[in-house]
Design a protein around this ligand. Sequence first.
Ligand code: FAD
Length: 487
Amino acid sequence: MTTTARTSKAPVILWFRRDLRLHDNPALERAFATGRPVLCLYVLDPAQCGRASGAASLWWLDKSLRALAASLAERGGRLILRRGDSETELRRLIDQTGADAVYMNRLFESEGFTRDADIAHALKAEGVECQGYNGALLTRPGSVLNGSGGPYKVFTPFLKALLAQAEPPPHTLGPRDMSGASKVASDDIDDWGLHPMRPDWSGGFDWTPGEAGATEALSRFIAGGLKTYGKGRDHPSEPGCSRLSPHLHWGEISPWRAVQTARDAAAHGKVPAAEAEKFVAEIGWREFSAHLLHHFPTLPDRAFRPEYEAFPWRDDEAGFRAWTKGLTGYPIVDAGMRQLWTTGWMHNRVRMIVASFLIKDLLVDWRRGEAWFWDTLVDADLASNAQNWQWVAGSGADAAPYFRIFNPTAQGEKFDASGAYVRRWVPELRGLNDKWLHAPWTAPPEILRAAGVRLGTDYPRPIVDHGEARDRALAALKVVSASRGDD
Ligand code: FAD
């Protein structure tokens, strides 16, 4: 990207991607600071980050773009929508308006990053100025390196280095007056068909996409869950976490705003400092994932530890289907998968449990789970999704050891002790008391009868025996150890 200063009066294109906000938006600030007319553009381009968005992500994008367009309109501005190849659409807008500059916040997935650089290179050769900024992460990938100048592969030293060097940018609100751009043609978002129609499965999506929704979610969290975040974040029936992930993914709020607001709350004695820093550390995991993917572009496709490519995965289509539908017979797993299907989101603790179940109890390749999450999560993020699936699989950079296998019953009893989460998402088990709720197959027949549960009819029996599955998983691991050359 160039840094050339210009004196032109031609319009500037502000190319929105995953920075769908007006506050704390560096590309937007700089574009308006030129004093030239600004054309706000969004291009619906399936190839933008190297993989087409999933259905739940498109649901979110639809609402987020509408919210952004409304915010721009309130300030006299306008969002131009185009669909197609990004470079072609940029060129078309340049031809139509005489724009001679493009300002954007960078994408950091390696494919998006390279593509942006190629586009910038090609446009620059034709005299178009291109400016790229970091609006997505606390620091630019490539800027946090270890003592040998390479990327960190372990989270804790990465976080330490990140927090030591990252400087918060000043909080900005965006220009008040965004009028002045020409009335060039735009697509109608209704024609894009991003909202599911036949059928519309989004009835349970209880979200408010957009910048206002993001700010509201952050305020709610600061006033509530953050106070006891360290413990509360592990209990899926409690409002213990921020639910900011889709807002952060789409750039409706900057990660710095989330970090600074939490730290300000601690500085004013509203929340304990340790809780605020725990939250900052979780934002750090997002950062770690993005930096890893930037340096290791095959993260979504190949095991980070190559020996795991030898893992003897099973081709268990029936097991995979039961998992996607929340019909495995393990209540905490089924509750999580149904929460995901119904709301487009799943609690972090339960994501770990369901991922462990797919990988270790069913021995289904983590890539199948990653792809299912990609399609069904509103926060589907190439870096965080791949990094976390590999973390659970044991094949990731700083992964949980493979031999640590979650027992879904024990996890349910520990983190959903009241049973509120399972009762909400698996209503057919509502009548069972806590003692049997997380392992209904162990309940005596009279207890099941009294609770109105017929196993195998109203609710499935477990599709695998966890004890046997655990032994099978550990045996499979020996193949990995052998390929690594362990004893
Ligand atoms: P909070 O607990 O409030 O955390 C605040 C923010 O920190 C989150 O919004 C998120 O941006 C970040 N964060 C928290 N935990 C993690 C983590 N483990 N890794 C990376 N960032 C984290 N998160 C995604 O954003 N997109 C994904 O596609 C995704 N896929 C996942 C797949 C698996 C198998 C697992 C185990 C986790 C995945 N996560 C993913 C991470 C995590 O589950 C979600 O970020 C979190 O549940 C979002 O809820 P929250 O906003 O309330 O989180």
